[in-house]
Design a protein around this ligand. Structure first.
Ligand code: FES
Length: 396
């Protein structure tokens, strides 16, 4: 800026700036501004802590029920959070005195979430505390609190191939229905071949729907029946040979089913030389102690330990059985401990073990090294080996 230019600026105006600003500040409201930054609004829409929904429709399937959930406008819920095909929501439930959560994969298309609709499928499991409660007590009009969509079981174009081999067992078909719908409506851009194992033809879920979805030309379904031999269906289990027959080098493998099925598929894929990176397993819910936990079970069978739990600065002492994760002990005692996946993956239940010892099955991979070093545990997959002192949502 040259000297002539400077001379042309009326400098007396600068002297008025500070008094003018002071006046503006004094006249301003004491209340915080009502507007929010767009990024914050978007983050809240995508990841709300809680969503209020209402059951709008229930459909009977073979041994399972499909629930349609819509926003509960009376509770102030106007829309539903978007999700990636393959993700789950966690239901907050109160059964008797227990406060608990249960994760269920969404079996609707992400596009339907934009129209205010989620769907989940609940199969009544043998000794299934929550599934039996849900399928007996949920009616059209039942109000629920659910989490935002979560989980890592989705197709990521930067990481995953354009061809996916899906392996599903029983109600593990749910996230693949979401995949197939998203492919058919153009939300996802990959080809899906699905090996779907059921015990009998009668037990196949979504059979007609899958046939309809195959018409898009990018979804192919092969049914495998373990307990029946019927023309047009494969018989047996989803073996290494069957996987090899339907995969090519350029595909990603996604697996969803029971814990027993995961152990079996892990062995079959190892036979083919596939690594854990190439085979993605969905979170399988609560860990069940089995053969590989023999040493822990032998040392602790039938025992009950005492947990002194401080949660939100209130302390209680509660019993913990050794055949259940600590999270179940919290829930039985009516503590509203945070949780979502219940399988050590999400970290939502993370809390501090101040004293005592717990057993964490080797198979659980979601615990960070830092947490191990600093005494944090995931109670959804930790079993007591002694009396314990635990802090949830608070520090000393
Ligand atoms: S609930 Fe997800 S890690 Fe425990």
């Amino acid at each position: 800026m040259n000297k002539d230019c400077l001379n042309s600026i009326p400098l007396e105006r600068f002297g008025q700036i500070i008094p003018r600003r002071r006046g503006t500040i004094e006249r301003a409201s004491n209340e915080f501004p009502k507007y929010e930054y767009n990024a914050n609004v978007l983050a809240k829409e995508l990841h709300p802590k809680i969503q209020h929904v209402i059951v709008s429709e229930i459909e009977e399937l073979n041994g399972a029920k499909r629930y349609t959930l819509v926003p509960d406008k009376e509770a102030g819920q106007e829309k539903l959070a978007y999700f990636n095909a393959g993700q789950y929501i966690s239901l907050n439930l109160k059964i008797g005195d227990s406060l608990l959560t249960r994760p269920y994969s969404l079996c609707s298309s992400p596009k339907e979430a934009l129209d205010g609709k989620y769907q989940i499928t609940v199969k009544t499991m043998k000794n299934g505390f929550a599934s039996e409660y849900i399928n007996t007590n949920f009616n059209v009009g039942t109000k629920l609190e659910i989490s935002s969509p979560a989980g890592f079981f989705y197709h990521e174009p930067l990481r995953d191939k354009k061809k996916v081999l899906g392996i599903a067992g029983g109600s593990g078909i749910a996230p693949f229905i979401s995949f197939a719908k998203a492919i058919a409506d153009g939300t996802e851009d990959f080809d899906l071949t699905l090996l779907y194992g059921s015990r009998t033809k009668e037990e196949i879920l979504f059979k007609d729907e899958l046939e309809e979805l195959e018409k898009c030309g990018r979804v192919k379904v092969i049914h495998i029946l373990s307990d029946e031999e019927i023309e047009g269906y494969r018989h047996g289990f989803i073996s290494a040979d069957l996987i090899k027959e339907n995969m090519d080098e350029n595909c990603s493998i996604f697996v969803c089913g029971s814990q027993g099925m995961y152990d079996y598929i892990a062995k079959e894929t190892q036979k083919l030389g596939l690594t854990r990176k190439q085979v993605r397993f969905d979170a399988y819910g609560e860990y069940k102690l089995g053969e590989r936990d023999e040493a822990y079970v032998a040392a602790n069978e039938g025992k009950t330990y005492q947990l002194t739990v401080t949660m939100d600065f209130e302390t209680v002492t509660i019993p913990a059985k050794t055949d259940e994760p600590l999270l179940v002990a919290f829930e039985r005692a009516g503590l509203k401990a945070p949780s979502r996946c219940r399988s050590g993956e999400c970290g939502w239940c993370r809390c501090r073990l101040v004293s005592g010892n717990v057993y964490v099955p080797e198979k659980i991979e979601g615990i960070r090294q830092y947490d191990k070093l600093t005494g944090y545990i995931h109670p959804c997959c930790s079993f007591p080996c002694s009396d314990c002192r635990i802090y949830i949502n608070c520090e000393e």
